[in-house]
Design a protein around this ligand. Structure first.
Ligand code: RET
Length: 249
């Protein structure tokens, strides 16, 4: 094999490390009072790429793989997804300010998606396909949440916030949908890809869906100035009042 999984893992670690610089830079170089209140936003973004950088470092060093009856299980990859996908959803939530119920619902189904994937990867036969089906069904609920429930219950203020939210939400839906497809083609599913190709494709997808997301989010950070300083609790009651007034949800 010309380029093996380790090389891709190193490329992933470097790209994620580089992707952590823009949010940290924006956070630390912010001097005004408003910039300080953006710490939670930049911290969330830095967490997305920072955790992935550590996960790829572990994969590059050959740590964090478990031998199961179904083959090698990349535990760190799933731990990475389990931590960083909720952080991405949290960031979308920080922009859209949905009710707490909608946000916890989204993160809850996301955890089911990843848990379904780990179970499917660690088992074989009917159990594995059943776990994949559970993860897939949860994923459909997640997409519905991102496309319908989140914007509907969102208390996003102003066009700029809406535009940044829309861009980030759209790249998330499009790119995330490719993950189960790759998973199915990889040795975890039908085995049409070699482990090295699987690694290459996941590194590529991870870079666009994490570093791409973070860079667009930092570039659109001026939208944050248009968000009130209010915490979720405030947005919460506002969103719930509106939902109650609409009489649905
Ligand atoms: C699995 C298999 C079970 C069914 C589905 C999956 C979806 C995984 C996704 C992963 C996204 C990862 C990201 C990582 C880093 O940025 C677990 C492959 C639906 C959507 C975005």
């Amino acid at each position: 094999m010309l380029v093996d999984t380790t090389v891709w893992a190193w490329i992933g670690a470097l790209a994620m490390g580089a992707g952590t610089v823009p949010p940290l830079w924006a956070w630390l170089s912010g001097s005004s009072a408003t910039d300080e209140s953006h710490g939670v936003y930049y911290g969330t973004l830095a967490g997305v790429t920072g955790v992935a950088a550590l996960a790829y470092l572990a994969m590059a060093l050959g740590v964090g793989t478990l031998s199961t009856a179904a083959g090698e299980l990349e535990v760190v990859r799933y731990v990475d997804w389990l931590v960083t996908t909720p952080l991405i959803l949290l960031y979308l939530g920080l922009l859209a300010r949905p009710s707490r119920r909608v946000l916890t619902g989204l993160i809850g189904v996301d955890v089911v998606v990843i848990a379904g994937g780990v179970t499917a990867a660690a088992t074989g036969g009917a159990v594995s396909w059943a776990a994949f089906a559970v993860g897939g069904a949860a994923y459909l609920a997640l997409v519905y949440g991102l496309l319908v429930a989140l914007p509907r219950s969102a208390s996003a203020e102003g066009d700029r916030v809406r535009a940044v939210f829309g861009t980030l939400r759209n790249i998330t839906v499009v790119l995330w949908t490719l993950y189960p497809v790759v998973w199915l083609l990889a040795p975890t599913g039908f085995g049409l890809l070699t482990p090295a190709t699987e690694m290459l494709v996941f590194v590529y997808l991870d870079i666009v869906s994490k570093v791409g997301f973070v860079v667009i989010a930092v570039a659109g950070a001026d939208a944050l100035d248009r968000l009130g300083a209010g915490e979720f609790a405030a947005a919460d009651s506002a969103a719930e009042e509106r939902t109650a007034a609409l009489g649905d949800d």
